[in-house]
Write a protein that binds this ligand. Structure first.
Ligand code: NAG
Ligand code: NAG
Ligand code: NAG
Ligand code: NAG
Length: 245
């Protein structure tokens, strides 16, 4: 007599576990995504409908929205792939220059990958303090390439403890860096892959890059490197895939 009861209880438990394994997205993050979309809509002139799957519906699963990945165990957003959000032109020449309110990224504290490449962004909107990405302590891969960021962007990247790869190619950065900016760059103690190609740095940047302890690949092609390389600072590089033009 007891057995059928136990059996159905077990089934109920199994069902419960399965539902909870497939966590829905975190409400704060869903709201955050919708706020981000609203901002993008109002600050850009894109003619195509932007991020059409990002719509508010109760019970909707934001983890299945395009360009969003969540952790299957915690339900937190871990990847945001916002490269070329207008999906229209591939060349930055045709894109507006606009500023992103970086506070809108703050709800996503568990992010591992953030890709905002190829959007014609000129920089962050708002005051300097709110511009820091340091709350995203798990960010490992950042792609900011194909935008119009200047060197000030480095200030918001300094406090990322596990940052492994940083793609900043095709931006508007040039030296010399302020002490704050070089400080931020030199704090990237886990940075293994750095792409700074197609900017306007001169060889002074090598002194700072030379101090990065685990840098494996560095691309500085299409910058303003002239003359002999500085004699110190560079010795630690393995130059596995460095291309210095
Ligand atoms: C959008 O269009 C308006 C009016 O043409 C223009 O003033 C503004 O600069 C444009 N913004 C962007 C981001 O291209
Ligand atoms: C940026 O977004 C935050 C959060 O939504 C908001 O409080 C702040 O006023 C915005 N800043 C600017 C300059 O638009
Ligand atoms: C960064 O984004 C650009 C443009 O979307 C892409 O071509 C490039 O491969 C990306 N970089 C990395 C390191 O994934
Ligand atoms: C750096 O970016 C450029 C331009 O997108 C690309 O051609 C190059 O392969 C990248 N370098 C590395 C080392 O990934």
């Amino acid at each position: 007599m007891v057995w059928p009861l136990v059996k159905s209880l077990l089934w109920a438990l199994l069902l419960f576990v399965q539902i909870h394994e497939h966590r829905a997205c975190i409400e704060e993050e869903r709201t955050g995504l919708l706020e981000l979309k609203a901002f993008l809509k109002s600050h850009t002139n894109y003619t195509k409908p932007l991020l059409p799957t990002w719509v508010y519906e109760t019970q909707d699963e934001c983890c299945s929205w395009e360009r969003v990945n969540c952790s299957p165990t915690t339900g937190h957003v871990i990847n945001l792939m916002l490269s070329n959000i207008n999906e229209e032109q591939t060349s930055t020449d045709y894109k507006g220059t606009w500023f992103l309110n970086v506070s809108l990224l703050h709800p996503f504290k568990e992010l591992r990958i953030l890709d905002i490449s190829d959007n014609g962004i000129s920089g962050w909107l708002g005051n300097e303090e709110s511009n820091c990405l340091s709350k995203m302590s798990k960010l490992a891969h950042l792609n900011f390439s194909w935008n119009y960021f200047d060197k000030e962007i480095l200030r918001s990247l300094g406090a990322l403890p596990v940052l492994k790869s940083l793609d900043l190619c095709h931006n508007d950065m040039e030296g010399p860096l302020s002490s704050l900016e070089s400080n931020c760059l030199s704090k990237m103690s886990k940075l293994a892959h750095l792409n700074l190609s197609w900017n306007n740095f001169d060889k002074e940047i090598l002194r700072i890059l030379g101090a990065l302890p685990v840098l494996k690949s560095l691309d500085l092609s299409y910058n303003q490197m002239e003359g002999p390389l500085p004699s110190h600072g560079m010795c630690k590089f393995k130059f596995s895939s460095s291309r210095i033009l």
